[in-house]
Design a protein around this ligand. Sequence first.
Ligand code: DLL
Length: 434
Amino acid sequence: MAIWDPQHETIDRERLGELQLARLRETLARVYDRVPFYRENLAAAGFTPGDLSSLDDLARLPFTEKGDFRDHYPYGLFAVPLEEVVEIHSSSGTTGKAVVGGYTNADLETWTELVCRLAVAAGAHRGDVAQIAFGYGMFTGGFGLHYGLQRAGVAVVPISAGNTARQIKVMQDFGTTILIATPSYALYMGEVIQKREVDLASLRLRLGMFGAETCTEEMRAQVEARLPIVATDNYGLTELAGPGVAGECECRAGMHISEDHFIAECLDPDSGDRVPDGEIGELVVTALTRECSPVLRYRTRDLTTLTREPCACGRTTARMGKVVGRTDDMFIISGVNVFPSHVERVLCQIEGVEPFYQIVLDRAPSGLDTFEVHVEVTDTLFDGWMDDLRAFERRVTEELRSSLLVRPKVKLVEPGSLERSEGKARRVIDHRPV
Ligand code: DLL
């Protein structure tokens, strides 16, 4: 198993701590001098850069939240003048102002290296042809993977997202070996490939580098059942440069965090206390090497676990588990907390259910919230007897109820009728008044 940067990816953990501390010191001085928002926040927390004596002091630093990016839209958190900025990305978000991140030349170099590490860790190498079906544009996925894969010596096909028929033709004609997409788009491509009866032997695909949205192990199995690939997961966010924060190696036992560039903490989202390794908490990340958009203790809202156990691949970096949900995508029905990923896990295990679903939330006139799950079923089931469908609906309801501990209203829908995703899937439609 190849390692792109053994010096940093297999670093001794004590030495890593020293490196992180030195870089944190530089970052603190930098944001204190250059970004009024951080200076004021640090002052309010009674902390000056000189107070940092060990990594334990991190817990004394103030958090940064998504709202802070929005409040300082577009350039208010930049730590360099625009003259030094060479690229700008943003994530649209569904509400409010976009989150904006800038890159200096040095930031682009770092980003390229970090994504390259993940590409090599996933098994990419010279001779591969990578079809990048992430959107190019303001979204960080397209360009981030583009730079990193090129650095790894891979031939990049910058097809961008959408036009699925063309994606498949290019896959065949160009001999694509690596597919880069959101898992939900990869699933859709797999569905189209099956429907069109594309001969899998005409494809050279072997690896999927996915990411940008939650994908349960059960959904990964569904994608792998439709495409001749091994699928790996990659994590990142615009606030921290985009992809390149963490990704799976060939062992697929958690996503390696590039800890020489990011300090990851896993905290109880309510108390802010650190949770022990292996327990679910909110991922909070400090970026240590970003020139333009440094960020202190960013509350990602992503819920996951951390482990610092060594990995069989030889890397010594901490790994994060699959993101089980976001603190803001959990909903509460009859007092029970529900994550969309939990619904997905249950549905993907029921034979007869297609891996396409949507959760619809609404409020009844009585004031109670309603919870519907729309689920596609296989053609054969849908074309069968009404009585069979009703019985199946009851079964799906019961499986969900017994696992979620709350009863949804399940609506079986025709195969192919739910919206397909070419980017991040919209799993929850929330009609509840705010
Ligand atoms: O999604 C960056 C990215 C691009 C990562 C390509 C990986 C591959 P944003 O659009 O800012 O950036 O969205 C960030 O997406 O806070 C998570 O909630 C979610 N997310 C990203 N990667 C994963 C993943 C990019 N592997 C937000 N699993 C994050 C689960 C993910 N959720």
